[in-house]
Design a protein around this ligand. Sequence first.
Ligand SMILES: [Zn+2]
Length: 112
Amino acid sequence: MTRNGVKAIVSEPSWCTADHPQGIFLADVSHRGDPIEVLLQDGTVLASAELAQWPYNVRNRLPIMSVVLDTEGTEYDDEQLQELASKLLTFAALVVPQLRVLLAEAVEEASR
Ligand SMILES: [Zn+2]
């Protein structure tokens, strides 16, 4: 049951692992996948990402990939800036293609 008293049955995508509370507006229904953490060899987190979708919201009806880059911070000295550049190259070359595949699969599933 939605907040405005409408009973709605929402189809669940295969990738969603979120709990869905009752009593919210239909536009606020969101699907979320498990977080994907990209770790560097030293164990630090390069980025985290997750699939998300607000199927009844005007902005994000189709799934999107939510990405947080370099979760350690936003302040860098020169050496850290060089490390950041290396991380971003790795992210662009290795991670983005994988995220695009996951997103394309989710969008395809939502379009069926
Ligand atoms: Zn869901």
